[in-house]
Design a binder for this molecule. Structure first.
Ligand code: ZN
Length: 274
């Protein structure tokens, strides 16, 4: 499932291929390809010029030369591919934008949890994205406020990290990696952690995701490819997630797997004590 670094990698690819192009034709091929909250049909974007590509958390949007945006969410398995029109349609092709560069931007999604939508621009972000909290790379991210709100919660720290209303973009993989790096047990209660410790955790989130961004994103889904069709598979760089029974690189203790808040969770029982 794509997380923030994967979505950012896709955004960079789209920025390269689609920025400055005009949509000659827009088509959808599956009822779930369009989010029910879409203001209009995707086909109404015919004639719009793509001025830039933006992202908040796992939401991407194409800014247009009109007060609307095309918002995209990759869901579990969504991919964008730039293709020559002569290449036959992919089996799970859900939508297609024909660009004035004689290329097609194809949205492919086997599990159909991904979607596209036309949304009104509301200042810097589309209406559909407005309720999503800024992610750690967003200039609007207020780390002092997030530390304060996190410390006031009585839940375990891992579900708080995954809470998209507190900060967006952290999914299961990077939550485990960040907790490992900050040496915090995933079941520690938020209100038992000092301000300094939560600040250190946010720094860990930033460094884990920056590292993944440099490597082009991590994904365990063989369906995931970036916009150029290359796989974003960088499992080797993970320290905790998916490494049950392997040795912690810091202390040689075996990584354990437990369930926290219904999610599979990996941690080092020695470095991350309760
Ligand atoms: Zn360890």
């Amino acid at each position: 499932m794509p997380e923030l670094p994967e979505v950012e990698t896709v955004r960079l690819g789209l920025e390269h291929w689609a920025r400055g192009t005009t949509i000659v034709k827009a088509q959808t091929f599956h009822p779930r390809a369009t989010n029910p909250r879409s203001l209009a049909r995707i086909s109404s974007l015919k004639g719009a010029r793509i001025t830039c590509l933006s992202r908040r958390g796992k939401f991407l949007w194409f800014e247009l030369d009109r007060p609307q945006a095309l918002v995209a969410h990759l869901g579990m398995s969504g991919q964008f591919r730039i293709q020559d029109p002569s290449i036959p349609a992919e089996k799970h092709l859900r939508a297609k934008l024909t660009l004035d560069t004689q290329k097609e931007l194809r949205f492919i999604d086997q599990r159909t949890f991904g979607w596209l939508a036309v949304s009104e621009m509301n200042g810097e972000v589309p209406d559909l994205v407005e309720a999503i909290a800024p992610d750690i790379f967003d200039p609007a991210f207020d780390s002092e406020a997030v530390v304060h709100r996190m410390r006031s919660k009585r839940t375990e720290i891992k579900p708080a990290l995954l809470d998209q209303n507190l900060m967006s973009g952290v999914g299961n993989i990077y939550a485990d990696e960040s907790l490992w790096l900050a040496k915090i047990h995933p079941q520690r209660s938020c209100d038992s952690l000092s301000r300094a410790k939560i600040k250190a955790l946010l720094s860990s989130v930033e460094s884990v995701m920056s590292k993944a961004l440099l490597e082009g994103g991590t994904s365990f889904d063989s369906l995931y490819t970036n916009v150029n069709g290359e796989s974003g598979y960088f499992e080797h760089s993970l320290e905790a997630y998916g490494r049950e029974n392997e040795n912690c690189s810091r202390c040689d203790t075996q990584i354990r797997r437990i369930i926290v808040g219904g999610r599979s969770t990996h941690f080092c029982p020695r470095c991350q004590r309760l």
